[in-house]
Design a protein around this ligand. Sequence first.
Ligand SMILES: C[C@H](C[C@H]1O[C@@H](n2cnc3c(N)ncnc32)[C@H](O)[C@@H]1O)NC(=O)c1cc(-c2ccc(F)cc2)cc(O)c1O
Ligand SMILES: [Mg+2]
Length: 214
Amino acid sequence: TQSTRPQRLLGAVQKNATRGQPHSVLKAIDQFCTHTEWAMNVGDEKGCILDSVVSEVNPATVLELGTYCGYSTVRIASLLPPHAKLITLEFNPDFAAIARQVIAWAGLEDKVQLVEGASGDWIPKMKEQFGITTFDFVFLDHWKDRYLPDTKLMEECGLLRKGTVLLADNVICPGTPDYLEYIRNSPRYKSQYFKSHLEYTKVEDGLEKSVFQG
Ligand SMILES: C[C@H](C[C@H]1O[C@@H](n2cnc3c(N)ncnc32)[C@H](O)[C@@H]1O)NC(=O)c1cc(-c2ccc(F)cc2)cc(O)c1O
Ligand SMILES: [Mg+2]
């Protein structure tokens, strides 16, 4: 039977990366996506911007929306201080299964809780299920028309505090126009656009960093 793209990406990690070395996992995925097969990971160019924002925030609690194969999960988790927790939500079980193996290959399973399910269902359950009070950092990388409703949901559920940083991928391509309109015009956020390119291409894309004002 035919393999899927995530299965082929995992194969490239197991073949070319060293267990327990997150940077080698990222390098193997980026090489696979550059030379063999494009895949919708945040990639190395936007990934460096992600790294700098994560390092600046130095978060103890992280929420990632949209795990896919776990590339950005590994990228973020490899920068977290000890005892920090990253919760990542993925509703496609096949993608989740691959991501678990990519995260394990990087040796980061102790820092990561991968939850299978839809963000809209799980965000209201974060406090009771995972003992989260608020998130220090949120990476939005799931369905582009879910960024706005899920941000409003996080506000309503009291999951954001003064200083929480939201970082949104793909605000240009595929684009999240309703989210950008809201977040850039709301007095409750201070936003900054980081111009970049769609992963592994020359197409313009970018990340929007927004700090919740409380
Ligand atoms: C949406 C995907 C990423 C993952 O998110 C999970 N997901 C969804 N909605 C939910 C939820 N509500 N809760 C939990 N998980 C959820 C899904 O199953 C995917 O695995 N990402 C993209 O579609 C994506 C697409 C492109 C792209 C750009 C140009 C093109 F020509 C073609 C594609 C680039 C990117 O950088 C992306 O990130
Ligand atoms: Mg993305």
